[in-house]
Design a binder for this molecule. Structure first.
Ligand SMILES: [Fe+2]
Ligand SMILES: [Fe+2]
Length: 152
């Protein structure tokens, strides 16, 4: 898939890190599938809801691994993920138990995805991309000489 050419991820929410954008696209796709399934039935289709939750857990782990590999401080971001996963888990359990409205859950997840990408993921992506630029310059790509390889 070409960069910026996503089916579900709004272009304004693309962060420029392919692993993150691909995962965000997958999450928005799962959410749309869940919305469609809910519209066609009375309740929450549990396998699809659990699949979305597991995809989200895996996505949080992916972002953390990218941050750690790049040496980016992830403490605040990790806490946002923890709170979000906890909130969604509680809402899912409430909907599954018949104590909450499925469309409130869907609106909450939708809202959270967009807000979190703007509030946290764009910053992480920017740090990762700056690190990548530095690595490429160090490697002498883009026409920059590698200072470590220059004769003294
Ligand atoms: Fe994300
Ligand atoms: Fe995140």
């Amino acid at each position: 898939m070409a960069e910026g050419n996503f089916e579900y991820l709004p272009a304004a929410l693309a962060v420029g890190v392919p692993e993150m954008d691909t995962d965000h696209e997958r999450l928005f796709g799962c959410l749309e599938a869940l919305k469609s399934a809910c519209l066609g039935s009375e309740g929450l289709p549990l396998p699809q809801a659990e699949s979305l939750y597991q995809t989200l857990q895996a996505h949080c782990a992916l972002e953390e691994s990218l941050a750690i590999a790049a040496g980016v401080d992830f403490a605040d971001h990790r806490e946002k993920h923890r709170k979000m996963l906890l909130s969604i888990r509680r809402m899912l359990d409430e909907v599954e138990a018949g104590r909450a409205d499925v469309f409130s859950l869907l609106r909450y997840i939708d809202y959270w995805f967009e807000r979190h990408i703007v509030d946290a993921d764009q910053g992480l992506a920017s740090s990762l991309l700056q690190g990548a630029d530095f690595s490429l310059q160090r490697a002498g790509q883009w026409g920059f000489p590698d200072p470590l390889q220059m004769p003294t």
